[in-house]
Design a protein around this ligand. Sequence first.
Ligand SMILES: *Cc1c(COP(=O)(O)O)cnc(C)c1O
Length: 389
Amino acid sequence: MDVTFQTKLHHNDYKVDQETGALSTPLHHTSTFHQFDFDSFGKFDYSRSGNPTREALESIIAELEGGVAGFAFASGMAAISTALLLLSAGDHLLISEDVYGGTYRLVSEVLSRLGVEHSFVDMANLNAVRQGIRPNTKAFYIETPSNPTMKVTDIGAVAALAKGVGALTFVDNTFLTPQLQRPLDLGADIVLHSATKFLSGHSDVVAGLAVVKNKDLAKRLGFLQNSFGAVLGAQDCWLVLRGLKTLHVRLAESQRSAQKMAGYLESHPLIKAVHYPGLKSHPQYRQHKSQASGPGAVLSFELGSVNELKIFLKHVKLPAYAVSLGGVESILSYPAKMSHAAMPAAERQKRGISDGLIRLSVGLEQVDDLIADFEQALGQVKVRSLKLA
Ligand SMILES: *Cc1c(COP(=O)(O)O)cnc(C)c1O
């Protein structure tokens, strides 16, 4: 029976444990497995290579993304690092210039040392992408919407360019999840997630996932997962599985609130810019609409100066001020000191990450309470910056 995404979160192969009828996936806390036969081993032999709780999570994320196999890792960065080990010395990687800071660090400081070349491009500009292709370009790496400037890349067009030169397309789908965007359907080969964010959703676990489009990649990435060994522990797999069950209601509600917050911020005189693909003023509003079913629950906005930002943060009460996003609680993050601290200041400026820019991940608080809180904090900015002037 073909069902919607919302129902798939509940109606899947792991809905009922076949042995006991348990509705919650059994947590297999074991490192190893007894073999009942001398030389014909069972499906599981050692938990780095495979664990039944992890298998449930890997199979469910593969189904949700529309891929053939899923892989669970100890963090989003472990998933990204392991997937990029598909590249070899001498290969070239073309990558979005405003990627997550940890991915920037991995590519520029680790992979470069191992002989994997890279260049950063503005993936929203297809001409720049075309010009960035080299004879040894083996992979294109996209984050859309990007972090934290929310630029949108045409996944289908980039995947077609990649296919034309025999390269793979990787997409970090952390911000939207398969509920809102399915990169494999658009032509990508590998989808990556920090499951720490919306997929688990409760700010209680660090986890990463990868999903691949075909059997050959499944074999290669499975080999790397087992070789490199950065697998997700059973307990953490169980937490992600539990979080996934409420993904639809959480993300739908947070997205509704984010849309309202974006509108509120856009009309506020102290806010210089709002970056959110759900706003008609977003430069790639139409492109985003054509490839995703919603703008998500993360946005960024700019105050006039670091000083104004400090006053705002001092007075805003409801959101946490923290690294991360995608939790039940609203979170404000300051990219220059948090997600993008690994990026030199000059590189941040080049990418439009100004010192007055702050990112908001909208949680499940009542949105009018959030707006009232922002209103009073921005009121303080007005009063105090007038005093300073
Ligand atoms: C958080 C994040 C990552 C890294 O994931 P971890 O789970 O923190 O290792 C990668 N990409 C994006 C877009 C992220 O937000």
